[in-house]
Design a protein around this ligand. Structure first.
Ligand code: NCD
Length: 359
């Protein structure tokens, strides 16, 4: 299925990202292991969005749900999350259930044999003995990638999906964000020539890093990064946007740019990464929040997004505004993760070909 087993870790890890992508891909170009956002080009994104919309439609009837649940009823998935999660965990669990996959879970390394000193590699290899898919969220950057490489050299190279790795990548969150943008602008000229504003903790929020990467697949996207100076976006992301010819602004003035944004992507302060407890609390974040007054400054067709969980960066009285998409965004996560798992196991064509039986 993949050619990763022929390459040593040191040779593999020295490769530039674009040379890693084909090593991680299935023959149809979709990822076998889903590790980073850059594995998705426009073709894969369009295909996944179409498949997601089809799955949403099929799932509306019992006949459709029975069909979906028969797709992967012969497979099992391990959901291995050693970092806190509600939405990502539950949406992956639901996605597995929609396709009929049975699931096992580890949410705390202290209850697995890692606690007895077992290496991560041995743990993952253990999971691969019992399961056909591993979905993992970890504190460590690059761990999912290392595990994908290690498994590819074993006799059970099951696919790995990265559900969040350190401060670095959250590719499936970026997919659901893209699908939310796609749905929101589908009937309004599409997702091109749009201005996307990201607000909050851009230094440590992995969702913004993955999303800005995926958005380079769409024409004419402008990016506005709004954060207090210590929490601003990394230079690597700006360099990446520049290389793609994307325009961007880096600022701490949210109000100035709010009327120009087609999508406002709010994020919370990720204080769990503070070097010393309380470091983030010393930063003035009061100007990086959205309430009714700020929503009034946004355009009539602009949308408000958030990967959630939120704290006080979006006030709850914005929730009923039709431009607020964060609850829908969350549900989109379940649907596009269903589409991703279906594609990983080669069920996309079967699902796309489904027709409702006429009575
Ligand atoms: C995010 C994450 O874990 O990176 N949440 C999510 O997956 N929906 C963002 C966060 O924790 O703030």
């Amino acid at each position: 299925m993949n050619t990763l087993h022929d390459i040593s870790w040191s040779d593999y890890s020295a490769l530039p990202l674009e040379e890693k992508v084909p090593l991680l891909a299935r023959p149809d170009g979709m990822p076998f292991h889903t590790l980073f956002a850059q594995q998705f080009g426009r073709k894969q994104l369009d295909g996944l969005c179409a498949l997601t919309t089809k799955i949403r439609f099929i799932a509306k009837t019992r006949e459709g749900m029975d069909f979906l649940q028969s797709q992967l009823s012969h497979k099992r998935a391990m959901i291995y999350f050693t970092q806190p999660s509600s939405r990502t965990f539950l949406s992956f669990m639901s996605a597995c259930q929609i396709l009929g996959l049975r699931t096992g879970e580890v949410r705390d390394a202290s209850v697995s044999s890692e606690f007895k000193g077992e290496s991560r590699e041995d743990s993952i290899r253990t999971f691969s003995s019992y399961f056909d898919l591993i979905i993992m969220r970890t504190q460590e950057k690059g761990l999912a990638e290392h595990m994908a490489w290690a498994l590819s050299r074993s006799d059970r190279p099951v696919p790995i999906i990265n559900a969040g790795s350190g401060k670095d990548q959250h590719p499936t969150q970026a997919l659901l964000d893209i699908y939310t943008l796609h749905r929101s602008f589908e009937k309004k000229g599409g997702l091109r020539n749009r201005t996307v504003m990201y607000v909050g903790d851009l230094a440590r929020g992995r969702t913004v890093r993955s999303l800005s990467n995926l958005l380079t697949n769409y024409e004419g996207i402008r990016h506005i990064f709004v954060a207090p100076e210590p929490l601003q976006i990394g230079q690597d992301i700006l360099d990446m946007l520049k290389a793609h010819g994307n325009e961007y602004v880096v600022t701490d003035d949210m109000r100035k740019y709010l009327p120009k944004a087609d999508a406002v992507y709010m994020t919370r302060i990720q204080d769990e990464w503070d070097a010393a407890k309380g470091d983030s609390a010393k930063i003035d974040t009061s100007r990086f929040k959205i309430g009714r007054a700020e929503m009034d400054m946004m355009g009539p067709d602009a949308i408000l997004m958030h990967p959630l969980p939120r704290r006080d960066e979006i006030s709850t009285d914005c929730d009923s505004d039709p431009r607020s998409k964060y609850w829908r965004q969350m549900r989109n996560g379940m649907w596009i993760r269903t589409a991703l798992i279906a594609s990983t196991f080669d069920c996309a064509d079967m699902i796309m070909a489904w027709r409702q039986r006429t009575m």
